[in-house]
Design a protein around this ligand. Structure first.
Ligand code: ADP
Ligand code: MG
Length: 229
């Protein structure tokens, strides 16, 4: 899918979605009756305090959790994209690079798994690193990276696959403020270049302000006025 024909495609559609963990007296109603759409090219920040349901909502969008009631579909992606990093790139809190592989190999591996030849995968890995201005990290092992560098390397690994939907749960959670801003700006810039949609969760209003759309959550509910925008 090229960015030119991606405009406005519905990547994820949630209709009357609720998610309850457990049952009976132990039931936790994490998400209540959410109806919302994610289209290509959008940048959305899911905000709210700890426990308001942000991670649960992201997991529903990714297909990592099935709704208890309601429906989630991915019209432009086919089926649930969570198992396929080429369709939905999940950037979760821990960068999870493979310790025995250098950064280029870490980025190339999923490309090879997806069918690329090794030389091509390495070239694309280098391109993704250059896009994030961290070409010089290519030959390093993960243990030698700072937190911010590891986060960027993990982001490069996802961006190399060019997924149409980028999902990140508190992507800046373990970074200092300055590094957070750099990582976010890069994520938004690269997403714009490839025409991807970006959905993140954050409890930081400064982070949220960089996104075109905010979805505030209160006790599992999406605040309706924000969804209409
Ligand atoms: P946030 O990301 O905004 O902190 P979460 O989606 O993680 O919110 O959690 C929403 C609610 O669901 C919280 O009350 C949390 O304790 C509960 N919760 C989250 N995950 C689970 C789980 N796997 N089992 C039971 N309860 C959970
Ligand atoms: Mg969370």
């Amino acid at each position: 899918m090229s960015p030119a024909d991606a405009g406005g495609e519905v990547l994820a559609e949630l209709t009357g979605v609720s998610l309850t963990y457990g049952s009976g007296e132990r039931a936790v109603h994490a998400v209540h009756d959410v109806t919302a759409t994610v289209r290509s090219g959008e940048s959305i920040a899911v905000t709210g305090p700890s426990g308001s349901g942000k991670s649960s909502l992201l997991h529903l969008i990714a297909g990592l959790e099935a709704p208890t009631t309601g429906n989630v579909s991915w019209p432009a992606l086919g089926s649930s994209p969570h198992a396929d990093p080429a369709r939905a790139g999940l950037v979760f809190q821990a960068p999870s690079l493979i310790p025995s592989l250098d950064v280029v190999e870490n980025i190339a591996l999923p490309l090879i798994v997806a069918g690329a030849r090794e030389a091509d995968a390495r070239t694309r890995a280098r391109e993704a690193l250059d896009l994030l201005d961290i070409g010089w990290l290519g030959d390093k092992l993960p243990e030698t990276l700072s937190g911010g560098q590891a986060q960027r390397a993990a982001l490069a690994r996802i961006l190399a696959l060019r997924p149409p939907l980028l999902l990140a749960d508190e992507p800046t959670g373990q970074l200092d403020r300055e590094t957070s801003v750099v990582v976010l700006e890069l994520m938004l810039r690269v997403a714009a270049e490839v025409g991807a949609a970006v959905v993140i969760s954050t409890h930081d209003s400064t982070v949220a302000s960089r996104f075109a759309t905010e979805w505030p959550m209160v006790a599992g509910h999406l605040v309706p006025s924000a969804v209409a925008a």
